[in-house]
Design a protein around this ligand. Structure first.
Ligand SMILES: [Zn+2]
Length: 272
């Protein structure tokens, strides 16, 4: 296969982390990892000769046809938990790994805190330190709703308000977005694009490919139950479908539940 063809068909593992914490609360526990597991996982990324890159870097390469580095992988964190600064940053810095942090601006500690955060979050000084250390800061809405379930006005506010806060706090306009819960539809993707985001990440528990388009790039979930073997499979992009078969069943079940609820809301005329 020619290099160009291989490039176009590249499948890139995009790791999705949430909290990095020794003692997370019940709300964030399942999707968290221990500081020790995170350190071991980053050592595994290095041992396997993987090259971490940023979200904007991946999308720009796919947009322009520029070659990706050898064996690329993305390290991403959602929401903005305090442990990303306390535990993950020193490990990332030791390896010289770039990463991306997607912040829900209304959850971070400080002037824009809406009080709805699920656990201890970063403050803006810590986010600025992460940015200064080379972590790309992306958007993740303001209050973390299921964006495909909210009305147009709320959708635009969630996107524009959070983007303005990040730009104001960091002096840099965020270029990448991650959908809360991974949920998006055509309307949400269009609004994200019109807000000025150049790319967006979903969940989907599959490898990212250029053919998915810049607003629906898939990620794989790393969680507290992810063992050494499973993590190696994720980083190598092997047996992803099998690893997440249960997730898919759960997601499908949840989608049915959501549809039922929506239908009931419509029937009752309760609206959003
Ligand atoms: Zn989130």
């Amino acid at each position: 296969m020619a290099d160009r063809d291989r490039e176009a068909d590249a499948r890139v593992p995009v790791l999705m982390y949430h909290a990095v914490a020794a003692g997370p609360n019940d709300a964030t526990r399942a999707l968290s990892v221990t500081p020790q597991a995170f350190a071991e996982q980053m050592a595994a990324v290095a041992d396997r000769g993987r090259t971490p890159i940023g979200t904007a870097e991946l999308a720009a390469a796919w947009r322009s046809g520029r070659p990706l580095p050898r064996r690329p992988v993305l390290i991403t964190f959602d929401d903005g938990y305090a442990g990303v600064h306390r535990h993950a940053l020193p490990v990332l810095a030791r390896h010289g790994f770039p990463a991306t942090l997607f912040v829900s601006t209304g959850w971070l500690r400080g002037p824009h805190d809406t009080g709805g955060a699920p656990d201890t979050m970063l403050d803006w000084a810590q986010v600025r330190e992460l940015a200064a250390a080379g972590v790309e800061i992306g958007g993740h809405s303001h209050t973390h709703p299921q964006l495909d379930q909210v009305g147009e006005e709320r959708l635009r506010h969630e996107l524009i308000h959070s983007k303005e806060i990040v730009a104001d706090q960091l002096g840099v306009v965020p270029a990448s977005f991650a959908y809360p819960y991974g949920y998006s539809d055509r309307r949400v993707r269009r609004a994200v694009r019109e807000t000025g985001y150049a790319q967006a990440l979903a969940v989907g528990n599959g490898l990212a490919r250029r053919a998915q388009g810049p607003y629906a790039l898939r990620r794989v979930t790393v969680r507290r139950s992810t063992g050494t073997e499973e993590f190696a499979r994720l980083v190598e992009g092997r047996a992803i479908a099998r690893t997440f078969a249960l997730d898919r069943a759960l997601t499908k079940g949840y989608a049915v539940l959501r549809r039922t609820r929506q239908a009931r809301r419509k029937v009752l005329g309760a609206g959003a």
